[in-house]
Design a protein around this ligand. Sequence first.
Ligand code: KIV
Length: 264
Amino acid sequence: MTQVTAQSLRQLKQADIKFSCVTAYDASFARCIAAAGVETMLVGDSLGMVLQGHRDTLPVTIEHMAYHVQCVSRANTSSLVMGDMPFMSYATTEQALQNAACLMRAGAQMVKLEGGAWLSESIYKLTERGIPVCAHLGLTPQSVNTLGGFKVQGRNEADARRIVDDAHEVEAAGAGLLVLECIPSALGGQISKQLAIPVIGIGAGPDTDAQVLVLHDLLGLNPHPPRFVKNFMAGQGSIEDAITAFSEAVKNGQFPTPEHGFKA
Ligand code: KIV
């Protein structure tokens, strides 16, 4: 497989071909994910919960993220590796530039930031200086304390409008990808249709351009999986087979089904 880039993902969108993304935190799993042909790997700050046992992602630092990006990128063969910018590491544009550079030096090929219009200047400057950006809207877990919990977003008209406007703003600022988390399925489909950049959904319905799941969730290791998760390990003989099953189900439209999504 040739190296996946933001540009090749955009070509997939133009050709109406869906792609997949799985979170990766270490070299062994990164090897499995790459071997399964998954186009993008996200070194997510979900590692704060999945690996470190915290109740949210807030304790994760840029040093933690850089360490895990290094582990993953050493084993990656051809997937696009995205590094998550942790809580308060991009509160100002200066911090965003400095901390994104740290993840890129560690081996990331793109960085992900949670937020909308307020991030426009940072997204513009990062892309201008050679750092591709994935934006993240909807349920943004680093804002769990202002959102009042891990709740579905965009359920009323005003909130949905704000997410749509933010999506256009981050695209106009230069974002190359957008993650939409926990929003009504119809809203996920609407935003994906309106944007030229690929939209990766998680709990955002079947009509986004791609799907991402947390690795441990798709392997059935979460004792309290959210509604949008499916256990792909069931009936499989190996971890690589389970990841391949996820990737194929996304590509052929078998995952997610309506029962994995949310209504307005
Ligand atoms: O940190 C993470 O794993 C994420 C995904 C859930 C999109 O942001």
